[in-house]
Design a protein around this ligand. Structure first.
Ligand SMILES: NC(=O)C1=CN([C@@H]2O[C@H](COP(=O)(O)OP(=O)(O)OC[C@H]3O[C@@H](n4cnc5c(N)ncnc54)[C@H](O)[C@@H]3O)[C@@H](O)[C@H]2O)[C@H](O)CC1
Ligand SMILES: [K+]
Length: 494
């Protein structure tokens, strides 16, 4: 999948149906199912004690399903150790199966306080809350009483409590990563396998830390739906790794084509991003009236207008990477440049309004390429709504990759990078400082530089997108989430 990045840096992620299949296979092999629930409770309790060595009081909020069953096992284990436990029972109907058995065990301890009044959580002396309301059996939309319980847990956390979620933050749709109202979890102890939704959209924001406990589940060796890239790997893979005995030719050439009237900054930022990512040489092709601004800002970037020199003449070799789109616009000038692009060969990064023209012209890329849509641009490429894209980020990115025969970076709080072979890498930590115009322009230039250096589009896309996110998170810590400008992340690439 990735040729340079070792697999140990990749966390395998699965869909709910795969987790359920492994769960069922394990029950069949073991001849019973409660043992696994008990192991889930034990694992949770171990993590709770690890983070709270002098635990005196535990608040356990439980729903009516097996997620609540896991929570009840924890309640019983804590009671056994003499810890004061209050169980907030939010079930709406009698428990069945393993959860019913866990209830019988837990409620057998007369030291466990049981209440159905979730409003009382506020006054609870405990500062550690177990969120066992909803797990992988949750199907949105959420009922009003469970929404109240989630709000109560979040309020308790806002007052300083430490919250551990059983399997997933309640209210999270672990398939899509969406959650209209969900628990914010200091720690998520997830079972059997890591789920996709923990790393996407609202899930990526709500899960502050995740640990996986496999519970000795049978491994059916099914292919993970995706992998999450841990940022530590990036130390070894900078955008363009500097080699002692090297020259500018070692690092390749990038041409950025864009910057129609009114959008000059986008193409200037993309070219600056390519240059600061360490590529050997950069050319900017933009509207003539933007040339002096670029020369003033980045004299190391060669610049020219496409009216003066043809695109084919600036792409100095087939190794040259063309980044098309930042500020390209949708005018006659823009379309002329899109057509000039189609007449060239060689690796390309297609971003912003070039994705609009790609949708209009509609043909597969026919060259090594990376497309960098945000969900709105992805929706236009697939002729669906943005809501459809958010319902299935991985599937949507894969559809675009297949239709246009290219690598795709579907951008978001975390980004989904896919290739035509079905490989999927999710990466990044949410960085609200990037929710500004210009972030995408910077990314496209970085992808161009990485493509020029690493050559392989999937690897280049993963490395560029991961560095873009990591550098932005570093920069925003120093500069601030509000005032940080996207191009400032370029000073944090090493
Ligand atoms: N041995 C085992 O069974 C193990 C289970 N594990 C844990 O089980 C959950 C999955 O359990 P399941 O019973 O299938 O579902 P949940 O508890 O997540 O939810 C079902 C529960 O929630 C109610 N519900 C569903 N949607 C809504 C909604 N929109 N609004 C309100 N209520 C809703 C539904 O009616 C049920 O009462 C898994 O996550 C693990 O935590 C472990 O894997 C160990 C082995
Ligand atoms: K939960």
């Amino acid at each position: 999948m990735l040729t340079r990045i070792p697999e140990r840096y990749l966390v395998p992620l699965y869909r709910v149906e795969d987790v359920r299949r492994r769960e069922q296979a394990s029950f069949a092999q073991e001849g019973e199912s409660y043992a696994m629930m008990h192991r889930a409770g034990e694992a949770l309790y171990r993590h709770i004690l690890h983070h709270n060595a002098s635990l005196k009081h535990l608040s356990v909020v439980v729903g009516g399903g097996n997620n609540g069953g896991d929570g009840l096992v924890v309640a019983a284990l804590a009671a056994q150790d003499g810890i004061e436990v209050t169980v907030y029972d939010c079930s709406s109907k009698p428990r069945t199966g393993d959860a019913e058995y866990a209830e019988k065990v837990a409620f057998g301890y007369d030291t466990i306080q049981i209440t159905r009044n979730i409003e009382a959580l506020n006054q609870d002396p405990g500062q550690v809350v177990v969120d066992g309301l909803l797990g992988i059996g949750f199907h949105p939309p959420i009922s009003e009483d469970l929404a109240n319980a989630i709000a109560a847990i979040n309020q308790k956390r806002a007052q300083g409590a430490w919250v551990v979620s059983v399997d997933c933050p309640s209210g999270l749709d672990v398939e899509t990563g969406r959650g209209a109202l969900l628990v914010e979890a200091d720690l998520v102890v997830t079972f059997i396998a890591d789920k996709l939704g923990h790393y996407l959209l609202d899930g990526a924001v709500a899960c502050h830390q995740i640990v996986m406990e496999s519970l000795q589940a049978v491994d059916l060796l099914n292919r993970p739906t995706a992998y999450f890239l841990t940022p530590a790997v990036l130390e070894n893979y900078p955008p363009c790794l500097r080699l002692p005995n090297s020259h500018k030719g070692t690092y390749g050439h990038v041409t950025v084509l864009g910057g129609d009237l009114g959008f000059g900054g986008a193409a200037i930022m993309a070219s600056e991003a390519a240059a600061k990512s360490g590529v050997g040489t950069v050319t900017l092709m933009t509207q003539s009236r933007h040339l002096s601004a670029s020369l003033m800002r980045n004299p190391n970037v060669m610049c020219v207008s496409p009216e003066d020199i043809g695109l084919g003449d600036t792409l100095r070799s087939s190794e040259s990477v063309l980044v098309i789109g930042p500020g390209l616009g949708r005018t006659e000038w823009s379309e002329r440049n899109w057509q000039a692009f189609l007449a060239t060969e060689g690796p390309a990064v297609v971003d912003a309004d070039a994705l609009y023209w790609l949708g209009v012209y509609g043909q597969p890329m026919g060259r090594p390429a990376v497309l960098t849509p945000h969900p709105g641009e992805a929706a236009r490429l697939l002729q669906c709504s943005t809501a459809d894209i958010l319902e299935d980020l991985v599937g949507s990115a894969q559809q675009i990759a297949t239709r246009f025969q290219s690598v795709v970076i579907l951008k978001g709080a975390t980004s989904v990078v896919v290739n035509q072979n079905g490989d999927v890498v999710i990466l990044g930590q949410p960085c609200p400082a990037l929710a500004k115009g210009g972030s995408g322009d910077v990314l496209s230039g970085m992808v161009g530089a990485c493509l020029a250096y690493y050559h392989e589009p999937f690897e280049a896309a993963v490395i560029a997108a991961a560095w873009h996110n990591m550098a932005a998170n570093k920069a925003s810590l120093v500069i601030g989430q509000i005032s940080m400008q996207p191009y400032q992340l370029l000073d944090y690439l090493e």
